[in-house]
Design a protein around this ligand. Structure first.
Ligand SMILES: C[S@@+](CC[C@H](N)C(=O)[O-])C[C@H]1O[C@@H](n2cnc3c(N)ncnc32)[C@H](O)[C@@H]1O
Length: 298
């Protein structure tokens, strides 16, 4: 997701951090009752994360992503096996060693790869007047939310508005987002309606996504998504896995689009539907400005 200059972990990014924020070398922690382990385990819960202002990241990939984004872990815990595979004590002088059972007790996956870290909440404020916003109403499934975040970042989304649903800082979402949750400016809201209304009045197109066969008798059927001009300032709105979009949210939208498909199914999985919708803006921009290399931001 992010692009660390070297393409690999640069342990000096950690070792160069403020000494006070790092545990001193204390040998191996092998007790689950060790205070540091207790603190880490509290990060599995939303309340613990809020109280400590920290997130729990698991695995080498998320460690690389955090460092690639210039984020500095508060603490890194690893097993001796992981340390041997990743440069040894000389490369990671400030890392705290823990036993395999202790690491397994902290991690939320059944096969942790030997490293976990705590990270201060990244809190990038959504930029004022974002040209491309993704708004999600009560997305419940952490896998869907993380997958959507990853695609949103790939598509050039500048801000994510979230109403209710899965906690974006839980380990499952962080993993499914492949680190994109750390990079996207996220605004959590009680309700999306006031924001959508405001965005529409400010001249953005606010685009509702609806299933293709759901509105028999409706006066104006939804447009196939490719007919929309996605290069205009846009807020794209996706609905809950079971209920879709509530009428009060639909009423805030200026456009309704659909991904046409066979009536053999009622709808697509929300994260699957998001991919063509989000990437259509990118495609249209590429078509209009073919000189721009595909790796450049829009
Ligand atoms: C599983 S669907 C919800 C199905 C729900 N029964 C309904 O009537 O909307 C979850 C969300 O995925 C998006 N979605 C799913 N299939 C879609 C399609 N074919 N076209 C556009 N959006 C779709 C919409 O945002 C929808 O609110």
């Amino acid at each position: 997701m992010s692009q660390p200059q070297s393409g690999a972990i640069n342990p000096s990014d950690l070792a160069g951090g403020s000494a006070g924020s790092w545990a001193k070398e204390q040998g191996l922690i092998s007790s689950r009752r060790n205070p540091l382990v207790v603190l880490f385990r509290e990060l599995q819960r939303a309340e613990g994360r809020r109280e400590q202002g920290l997130l729990l990241l698991e695995g080498t990939h998320l460690l690389e992503e955090a460092i690639g984004l210039g984020l500095r872990p508060a603490q890194v815990l690893a097993t001796s096996g992981w340390l041997e595979r990743h440069g040894g004590r000389r490369a990671w002088p400030e890392l705290q060693l823990v036993s395999e059972p202790v690491l397994a007790a902290i991690a939320t996956t059944s096969h942790p790869d030997g490293v976990v870290l705590s990270l201060p909440w990244p809190d990038p404020a959504p930029p004022e007047g974002s040209d491309f916003v993704l708004a999600l109403d009560h997305l419940q499934d952490p896998g869907n939310l993380g997958t959507l975040m990853r695609t949103a970042l790939a598509a050039g989304v500048e801000a994510l508005w979230l109403a209710g649903g899965a906690d974006p800082w839980q380990p499952k979402v962080l993993r499914a987002s492949s680190g994109a949750a750390l990079a996207l400016p996220i605004l959590r809201l009680e309700s999306l309606a006031p924001r959508l209304e405001q965005a529409r009045l400010a001249g953005n197109q606010v685009v509702a996504t609806v299933v293709p066969h759901g509105e028999a008798g409706s006066a104006a059927p939804p447009q196939p998504y490719w007919q929309l001009d996605w290069t205009r300032p846009t807020v794209l709105l996706l609905g809950n896995e079971a209920a879709g979009l509530a009428p009060d949210l639909l009423a805030c939208c200026s456009h309704r689009v659909t991904i046409p498909h066979s009536s053999a199914v009622e709808s697509l999985n929300v994260a699957v539907a998001a991919a063509p919708l989000l990437l259509e803006r990118w495609r249209q921009q590429q078509e209009r400005m073919p000189g721009i290399p595909s790796s450049a931001p829009p």
